[in-house]
Design a protein around this ligand. Sequence first.
Ligand code: FPP
Length: 215
Amino acid sequence: MDGNGRWAELQGKKRVKGHEEGAEVVKKITTYCSKNPDIERLTLYAFSTENWKRPRLEVEFLMKLLEKYLKNELTVYLENNVRFEPIGDIRAFSKSLQKTIKDVKEKTAHCDGLVQSLALNYGAQDEMIRAINKIKKCDEDITETMLSNALDCNHNVDLLIRTGGDHRLSNFLLWQSAYAELFFTDTLWPDFTTNDLEKIIKNFTKIERRFGGLK
Ligand code: FPP
């Protein structure tokens, strides 16, 4: 979800306004995906292990925004049968934010529609290290399945979209994206619409996916 800061600056507003607008887009895209039965899982990169390097005030704003979003969204998750499954190492967050994250996760655990994952203090390298540390004590050789199951997310990514014009993965779901189809758009996240998503999905469905095999 890249481009919040630039979106705000282009309008002469503070960067954090872009995050606020970005949170509105998260709501719209999540609701849209919850109504499309072909979409099982939507994972959104909300805060990376590297985002702590940002100015303290921006980090604090993002933490407050996340807490507010989660508290407000609980009813929307329930109305739309969305299960909330965060990924990342949330132990670095305040006790109050950790509690809100756990609460929303527990209260939506019975929902069997879309799974919405927010990547929170998430980095793929950190996820892999935590996974290896979980399984390193076993005597057997580590297998793909063992590592996959120890990751925060053990689902493969089909379609990965990055907004904001950069062409990189920035430490997002690197293991799970081994055969993901990658889409990059110059549109800044606050301008990204359900129409944009629909067009990307249409193009995605035309791709012949071979997973390293032949036609
Ligand atoms: C990247 O844009 C975006 C982030 C680091 C945070 C993403 C957060 C949101 C979309 C809002 C909060 C999320 C939720 C779920 C409530 P950037 O700041 O790097 O933008 P720039 O590249 O234009 O500077």
